[in-house]
Design a protein around this ligand. Structure first.
Ligand code: MSP
Length: 511
């Protein structure tokens, strides 16, 4: 497989002190859609997710539960893995930071940067926010509290290893300026640019005040800072530095998909660690927005945390996958509301795509006993439909390469509407009444079902079950979701038997 046809996408690794909620599902689903799409376009895809299991926050949560940090992690990791299975997430690897393969890479990375002279031992005195696992200077605090989450900070003074981040300020700035797409969206890129321009301080990368972490090589008193540890997962999963299986050489650099709250770690800390280690920087860091719930911040204390399992049980996995990526432009904040979800299911899924499939297959059964006829010469209405497909497929490709999931879905829905409009314009029920129009009716039916075939392939990265179900109905191979080649008009084979489809998405009663 040539390097140009490989693609590496990562989710953040999730803290195990919290159980999975809709925010976590969102990041992971976005990665899954892009991974599935790239596969359909012929890429060899590595898709990594996992869990962040070290640090004071996890240690404290375990203590509060009366268990060891590893017991907590072992328990919670199963919740994440079960949810990804239920959501049809197609990751190719799952990393836990407590795994030996990861600890090894982190220590090697630490040693390599230290050998270069970019890690030194010093003394640290600053304000620490444990929930955010972040140090702040006195001037950064807001009324003595963490400027990010508003919670109490504590003053810490300890011996610490420092990473010479300041040394990489200019190099990082140049990289961001030379690569306009490195940090997306643009507004986030600007935030990082001003942050870097204000000046980078050296970064404390070890702690002596607790022990739940990876020991600093050669000085067991210190555990490595949880973010130095966590960020390294993106290369430890590839077997760096030994690279016995050649995965690092094949897949690195990655596209990192993250939430806006952890952008600085990914767009400043991580690239400078990589520079110090002499490694290529990530291809892209995309920071998406945050979900509120019915207009409020999601939080345990408000008891409004949206639990994805229940939603999937109620509405079905594809409806949830669709809603999350359709409702809000990727990169902006959005609000989760049950009304909006039900509205999307009824209008976009039950009505638009559901009706197109059931009407078309019903007519084929009524007029041709379910046997797909061969199309005859295309008239201008047919040609307009066919042309719209090729133009729109290109647009969808651009949108997905820009992670504009909602725009890609809007474009797919334009094709669905075009199909429904084609039915109204060609009025097959009228053609059916006239024996002389039999060829015309055959062409119309073929075009309709062929539209549906391509639509099924296009929706499959977003809604894999639905895509497969439709392909099955059409007598196509539901295990072959390749788009390259199969997105060309004319793939359906005349003579195929197609049954009348039952509704894809039952309407939800809103009363
Ligand atoms: N462990 C770190 C990441 C380390 S990556 C090297 C972490 N974990 S987290 O579990 O707290 O968050 C993981 C992701 O979930 C983040 O991208 C975060 O933005 C996302 N979300 C958490 N709550 C969210 C919402 N309410 N809405 C959208 N995404 C949210 O940070």
């Amino acid at each position: 497989m040539s390097k140009s046809k490989t693609f590496y996408v990562t989710t953040p690794i999730y803290y195990v002190n919290d159980v999975p909620h809709i925010g976590h599902a969102y990041t992971t689903l976005a990665c899954d859609v892009i991974a599935r799409y790239k596969r359909a376009r012929g890429y060899d895809v590595a898709f990594l997710t996992g869990t962040d299991e070290h640090g004071q926050k996890v240690e404290m949560a375990a203590k509060a539960n009366g268990e060891t940090p590893l017991e907590l992690a072992d328990r919670v990791v199963k919740r994440f893995q079960a949810l990804w299975t239920k959501l049809n997430v197609s990751h190719t690897d799952f990393i836990r930071t407590t795994q030996e393969r990861h600890k090894h890479t982190v220590q090697e990375q630490f040693k390599a940067i230290e050998a270069k002279g970019d890690i030194y031992l010093g003394e640290y005195e600053d304000w620490y926010c444990t929930p955010c696992e972040t140090f702040w200077t006195e001037t950064q605090l807001l009324d003595g509290n963490c400027p990010d989450c508003g919670r109490k900070t504590t003053k810490l003074k300890e011996e610490s290893y420092f990473f010479r981040m300041s040394k990489y300020q200019d190099q990082l700035l140049k990289h961001i300026e030379d690569h306009p797409d490195f940090i997306q969206p643009k507004s986030r890129r600007n935030e990082i640019l001003s942050f870097v321009k204000e000046g980078l301080r050296d970064l404390s990368i070890s702690r002596t005040s607790f022990s739940w972490g990876i020991p600093a090589p050669g000085n067991e008193k210190h555990v490595i800072y949880v973010w130095f540890d966590a960020l390294t997962n993106y290369i430890s999963a590839l077997g760096y530095p030994e690279d016995k299986d050649g995965k690092f050489a094949t897949y690195w650099p990655a596209v990192h998909v993250i939430g806006k709250d952890i952008l600085r770690f990914h767009a400043v800390y991580w690239p400078t660690f990589l520079m110090a280690a002499g490694l290529p920087l990530p291809e892209k860091v995309f920071a998406h927005g945050w979900w509120t719930v019915e207009g409020q911040k999601m939080s345990k204390s408000l008891r409004n945390v949206v639990e994805p399992n229940k939603l999937i049980d109620t509405y079905g996995v594809d409806a949830i996958r669709y809603f999350l990526l359709r409702e809000v432009p990727f990169g902006l904040d959005g609000d989760f509301s049950h009304n909006a979800l039900v509205h999307r299911i009824n209008s976009d899924l039950a009505n638009d795509i559901g009706n197109l499939v059931s009407r078309s297959t019903a007519m084929l059964n009524k007029y041709f006993a379910g046997r797909l006829p061969a199309p005859q010469a295309a008239d201008s209405t047919d040609q307009a439909l066919i042309d719209q497909f090729s133009v729109t497929i290109e647009k969808i490709d651009t949108h997905l390469n820009n992670m504009a999931f909602n725009k890609a879905l809007i474009s797919i829905w334009e094709l669905i509407s075009a199909g429904n409009k084609y039915i109204d314009e060609t009025a097959p029920w009228a053609l059916a009444k006239d024996e002389k129009q039999r060829d015309r009716l055959a062409t119309v039916m073929y075009n309709l079902l062929e539209s549906i075939r391509i639509i099924a392939l296009l929706v499959a990265p977003f809604m894999p079950e639905t895509g497969e179900k439709i392909l099955q109905i059409l007598g196509c191979d539901p295990t072959d979701l390749t788009l390259d080649g199969q997105d060309q008009w004319g793939g359906l084979v005349a003579g195929t038997t197609i049954e009348k489809a039952s509704p894809l998405f039952p309407r939800i009663d809103t009363k």
